[in-house]
Each structure stands twice: as structure tokens, then as C-alpha cells.
Write a protein that binds this ligand. Sequence first.
Ligand code: MSP
Length: 668
Amino acid sequence: MSTRDTFYITTPIYYVNDVPHIGHAYTTVAADVLARYWRLRGRDVLFLTGLDEHGQKVQQAAAKAGVDPQAHCDRLAPQFTNLWDRLNISHNAFIRTTDKPHQSVVQRYLQQLFDKQLIYKADYTGWYCTFDERFWTEKDVVGGLCPDCKRPIEQLSEHNYFFKMGQYQEQLQRHILEHPDFIRPESRRNEVLGFLQTQKLGDLSISRPKSRLSWGIELPFDKDYVTYVWFDALVNYISALEYLPQGQPAGLRYWPANVHLVGKDILTTHAVYWSTMLMALEQPLPKTIFAHGWWTVDGEKMSKSRGNVVDPNKMVDQFGADAFRYFLLREVPFGQDGDFSHDAMVTTVNAKLANGIGNLLSRTLTMIERSCAGVIPERGPAVLPELEQRIEELASQLPGKTETGFSALQFRDVLLMIEELNGSCDEYIDKSAPWKLAKQPEAQSQLHTVLNTSARALRLLALLLYPFMPKAAAQMIEQLGLSLDLSQPLAAEAGRWDAPLAGSTIKKGASLFPRIETKPQGAKPVSDTPASPQPTAAAPAATQSPAPATTPAAAPAAAQPAQITIDDFMKVQLKAAKVLAAERVPKSEKLLKLQVSLGTEQRQIVAGIGKKYEPEALVGKTIVIVANLKPAKLMGIESQGMVLAAGDSEVRGLATFVEDVEPGTKVK
Ligand code: MSP
């Protein structure tokens, strides 16, 4: 048995009947990030997820399909387990409430409470819809109609069993007050407290007569009844410990759970029903119940009827599991509601991943490959001491600061800290210009300092990113030529800034996050443009730069461009554009593929400036582009504009600005 510090994390168990959507993926990914983080930190982690398989909906759906409910559940369960595989979820226990051992635990607990006289039988009277076969509360019913199917409803009385939940009201209030971390975030804690302080907590009906619903766990003390689905479901968090993981049951040493992650809509069932059930069973309460917010889609509520349900499988197909995971936890602070849109997803992938971590890795490794024969060099003398110090400071503080973030489940804060280090490294590379140092034989040791510093930062970034993007992090480690198994506890030294690194032979691989192409506003897709020759100005063979503004006096008259009117000139839309990423076009000496930002929009431009510039030298520069040029394909790659450069057959220099100018600003 392990003596390590345990960490027990759970997700809600999902109704097997629902198709998994972004909400299910959200909780499960968040739980996975915590599980991976604490495993890396050496804790003994139990990560439980699973399926809620009883109840009316499953029974009805199975009847409709003409199969028995268990067969129906077995058929549907893989839609969850397959998705968790695709999203790289590292749970080590998976529960289904139809598991026999779970059912026995539920019955055992019911019997215990019954024996202690904490369960009693009474009449229940409520508004019942015969069509939907369910009760509604007084406040749900409008004009005597069922709020769901709008058919008339009737008052119905039936015998049921009740759990004496009400008697724990005060004890629960006290527990919440004495344990500030019990319900998180703070706003949700206040909601639950407010409810308990102002309303009387009633008892909870924990049975359903079999005459109405037979698909459930039979009450051990009355075979005419099955257990209410929430009582059955909540017990999963503790029953799982008795028989999962399979073959090696976890045991009660994991209890109480460290974190129950839930959506805000199911906070009451956890904070009130589950807590009072545990009090009655004389078990300690979980340390934290964290309620996260809900996703809307393009500003609207997500629903089947609106047809806007976000399918996580499609997200994995389109963007990859790592990028989707990153987006989910980067977009909004955990605990608040968020809005999903395809555009927001693309922006995150391009701005934070392709131009962020992906670009830092690829530019660093490219330079190590070219200038150091693929071996990470030893540090030399300082090049930009202030920036180097800032990077080192950030890097040294990050392990501590991110631990605080993970402990508070503030995933977004952790990612912002990671992005800050990434940004400082980009700035460092832009300012130290290693591609220039590489050309100066006397500056080799300075070059080594820059490359060693970037590689060090990348190693740390990989470790910090691992819980969020396990595959990408493993690839970063591999490309840096390091051998670290990130699924195992990591020695604290491995994350230190001064851990040895020089001498490692890199293995530059495929780009981690290929950019997602977006169509420029107002530009037609290339396939719509005529296949006939493109305007020469956009042609690749030329320098991709227009003629210089002043024509050499000696130029033959025939080469003099015709005069144009101001109206002609005004047709050309020039704009300031910031280079986000740059790479060489394969098999071309001249062409570079640039990704530029025009503020609200991103463009891809192919420019014939590759003889003059190394791609790395351009990232971060603000240049001038012709923004309303018809897109053209150059060596099969779409170019959505043209850069302005001085020079004729040979490029002398790019047009840039003396002052800092916002990308997208008009140039006149
Ligand atoms: N079976 C119960 C839970 C029992 S736990 C003992 C249940 N299942 S569910 O399949 O409906 O769970 C849905 C989970 O997804 C809940 O945590 C819910 O908050 C979450 N979400 C459902 N729609 C959501 C969004 N639009 N956005 C984020 N999460 C959402 O409830």
C-alpha cells in the first residue's frame, strides 16, 4: 500500500443516454489536468469518472429501441469511453451505476440509514404528468399544464421513503462556515449558505414505486420500490473505492475526496444531498466541491433543439485534443460561464499555440540545428542581462506560482503565467537576434547563451504545459532530445532552471501546432480567382516588392512607369502588419511564408525576401503590406497581400515604421 500523499478527484457520472458534449468534456478535462499535475508532483492519484445509468430516461429509451435497459446502457457507454481515449483522459477508475458491487453498496447504505431510523415512509403529494411520468413542483407548473409537454397534469399522492435530510441543516451550515474551501468558488458558497440560512431544508424522497419506474436499484427493505437516481448516483464516489480500479481496489484511504468537480447546475445535489447523506453515514465530507460555469455557443444557450451542441469529437478532429483542452481552460476563469465559438477556438490555436509555444520551439530548434550541429550549447556570457534575468526570475518562480494556481483550480492563471514566460523568450530572441550572432564568428559564445536560455525555458514550459497538453509536452521533451517520462512523478530538480541541459542532441520534428488557415475578410478563395497569370506585382519570381517610389534617373524612358492620379493611388490599400510567424517555403531560395496580423484579422503572405532575411528575424516586426491585392497562389501557397520592400531585382530592405504602430493601421 502506498504511503504517498493521496489525491482523489472525481467528475460527475454522466447520464449514459446523452451524447457527450462540450460540458461533459469540460469537467473531465479539468479533472484530468489536476490528476496529471498531482501525479507529476508525486502524489498518489485516484481519478474517478463514469456513468449514471438508472432512471426514467434510460428505461424509456430502451423500451423505444426494444432492448433491455442494460443492453441499451452497454451499447451507449462506449460513446463516453471512446471520447475519453481521444481526449487523453487519464482516469484510473471508471464506474457504471449498474455495476453489481456499486448496487450492493447503495443497498447497504440504505439499510444502515433505515436501521438508524433515518429513513421513513410517508405520503408524497405533488403535480404529476402521466405522459412524462414525472412529478413537478408547484412553482414549475403554469396554468395546470406540464412545463415539458404542455399536457394537463394532476395532483397525485403516493407512498414513498424519505431520508431525514432536514435534521442536518444546522450541522451543514456550520460545516460550510468552518471550511472556507468546502464549496468553491466563493460566490457559489455564498449561494448555498444563503439558501440554508433563509429556507427550511426538507426531507428527501429517496424512492420511486416500481409501478412507475422499475429501472433502478431495489430498496433492500421494500421490494416494491427502487432507489431515487440521485441517491444511487452520489454514492458512486465512495462505492467505487471498494472495487475500483479493477483488480486493485483503492480502499477508503482515498476518502474523503480532495475535489468533486461539478457543473453549477448540480451543486445543490452535491453540497446538500450528498453532504447530509455522508453526515448520516458518519463519513467525513469531501474537502472541496468545485462548481464550474456553463458554456454557451455563439452567445446562445446550447441545446439539441437549437442544433448548436458542440461535439468534442469534432473538436478533436479539427483542432487536435491538446488544442481543445488548452482552449477549454484558457478561455474563461474556472468557475465562470464561457462562450464557445469556432472563431475563438481558431484565434487561440493560432495566437497562443502556433505563434506562441509552437513558434518558440521551432525557431529555437532550427537555430540549434543550423548553428550548433543540433546539440544544445553551453551558456556563454550574458547577451541581454536584463532580459535574461527576467526570464530566469520568471522561470524560477513558476513552479511555486503554478502550484498555487493548481491548488485553487485557477487553470487560466496558470496558463497566463506560462504564456508570459513564452512571451519574454520571444522578446529575448527578437532583441538578441541570434541569426545575426550566427553570422559573426566572434559572437559564437553569445549565440550559445541565447540558444541555451531558450532551450532551458522550453524544457520548463514543456513540464508546465504537460497537464494541459500531454501529447504536445511529450513531443517538446522529445524534440529537445531529453528523456523524461511525464506520466511518472518528476524529481523536483528536473524542473529547476539550472538543471543540466547542454549536450543534449535535439530531434527537430513536425510543427507542434500547424496554423489554421482563415479566410481574409473580403478576399475571395483562390479557387475563385482566374487561373490566368496573376498581376506581376504579386508574382513570386519578382521580389514581391513593388518598384521603389523613386525611379533611378538613369533608367531608360521605356521603363518609366506611367503617372497615376491620386484616385488611382487611393485604390491601393496599404496597412501596417505585424509578423506573427515566418518560415521558408520548401524548395525555394527566395520565398518566405509570413503570417501577419492586421489587428482584427490575420493574413498569410508569400514574399520573395528570403535571400535577404532569415524568417526568425522577421517575427515581431511591423511592416507595410498591400491589403487589397487579389489573393494569388505562389508555389501552390496562397498569398493574401504583398509586402513593401525597397530594392529592384534584389531586396534591400523592408518598409517598416519609426514609431510603434498598431497592426491594421492605414498607411497613406
Ligand atoms: N448524472 C448527473 C450527475 C450525477 S453525479 C453523482 C448529471 N449528469 S449529466 O450527464 O447531465 O451531467 C452533465 C454535466 O455536464 C454536469 O456537470 C453539467 O453541469 C455539465 N453541463 C451540461 N451542460 C453544460 C454546459 N453547457 N456547459 C458546461 N457544463 C455543462 O447531471
